[in-house]
Design a protein around this ligand. Structure first.
Ligand code: NCD
Length: 322
């Protein structure tokens, strides 16, 4: 693996391999000294052109636990707000010797541009690009589902037979896109539910089934219910009448929570709009994996950085440069 740009490039065995390395990394988190020397001397740059808390600190924690040096570059208050181009930023980071660039950008495709540009010879990790993809989020979601299902016997397993219902703002969600491809590659069946206005036109090309009615979808007894944040910052028009109507029809409230099967789980990538797409009762229930997702995010990102930066990567880089 040279870069991690999208989950569409991962087949079952590649995905299982990443999740298995993440299991090893999670074991490190349980030790007294939570640090490995593996990436000593490597530099990881967090290049964030969009606001983010959990993803940025998660990558930072992951890189530090592997002993890499971390540089945080946020667009706000940087030379980018003075009009610097992605090319100039990339060349600056290259001159500083970045080995990996973790990029979050409002434009779909920005990480791919960086990976193919030749401006910088570093491993590129997509940490969320526009409404396109967020591959490490999907990997941590898959990891969380696998652990809840198989516990200590997770290694080597996929998600065959698991049913996942993803609910809400599918249209603007890079989390939904990355999960649709990854979870199905791992053998799960994915169903998406949203108001018609929040389903993308091309949904027929996704490897999922879709519908508009949340109660119907929940009556089918999914193993996993994944709630998505309403992404108001990406909405330039009215996509539903009002917040009350949305939460009544598509929110996971306490009544709907009570209808879920005994072993089913409730996921949310965060940040949550409590009272809109998810009630406080659902968010804080024993079924909720929200905090597990955050903890697992560090292990999964450690696995990704490790796979990209240790071992064969240097040889790859030299060949590519030659
Ligand atoms: C997601 C994102 O930024 O795409 N959040 C995250 O990575 N923690 C989902 C969201 O913002 O709703």
């Amino acid at each position: 693996m040279r870069h991690l740009l999208s989950t569409r490039e991962l087949d079952r065995s590649a995905a299982v391999a990443i999740l298995d390395v993440a299991e090893d990394m999670a074991d490190v988190a349980d030790r007294e000294v939570r640090k490995l020397p593996t990436l000593r001397g490597k530099t990881v740059v967090n290049l964030f052109f969009e606001d983010s808390t959990r993803t940025r600190i998660s990558f930072e924690a992951a890189a530090k636990r592997l002993s890499a040096d971390v540089i945080n570059f946020t667009a706000k208050g940087s030379s980018v707000s003075k009009g610097e181009s992605l090319k100039d930023t990339a060349q600056t980071l290259a001159a500083m010797g970045a080995d990996a660039v973790v990029i979050r950008h409002p434009s779909s495709g920005a990480p791919l541009v960086l990976a193919e540009s030749g401006w910088i010879d570093a491993a590129i990790v997509n940490a969320g690009d526009g409404t396109h993809e967020h591959p490490t989020q999907a990997l941590l979601d898959a990891f969380t589902i696998r652990r809840r299902l198989h516990g200590a016997a997770s290694r080597g397993r996929d998600l065959g037979g698991v049913t996942v219902t993803i609910v809400g703002d599918i249209l603007h969600s890079r989390v939904a896109r990355s999960n649709a491809w990854l979870l199905t590659a791992l053998g799960a069946s994915v169903h998406v539910v949203a108001p018609a206005t929040l389903l993308p036109i091309g949904i027929g090309e996704w490897p999922v089934t879709s519908g508009y009615d949340l109660d119907d979808a929940l009556a089918a007894g999914p193993d996993v219910v994944m709630m998505l944040r309403i992404q108001s910052e990406r909405m330039k028009a009215a996509f539903f009448p009002n917040a009350r109507e949305y939460s009544r029809q598509w929110g996971l409230g306490d009544e709907r929570l009570a209808t879920l099967g005994a072993d089913s789980i409730v996921m949310h990538p965060g940040p949550m709009n409590r009272g809109l797409e998810i009630s406080a009762g659902a968010a804080d229930s024993a079924r909720s994996t929200v905090l597990e997702q955050v903890a697992n995010g560090v292990s999964v990102r450690m696995a990704v950085l490790y796979l990209l930066l240790s071992g064969t990567h240097q040889a790859d880089t030299k060949e590519n440069a030659a």
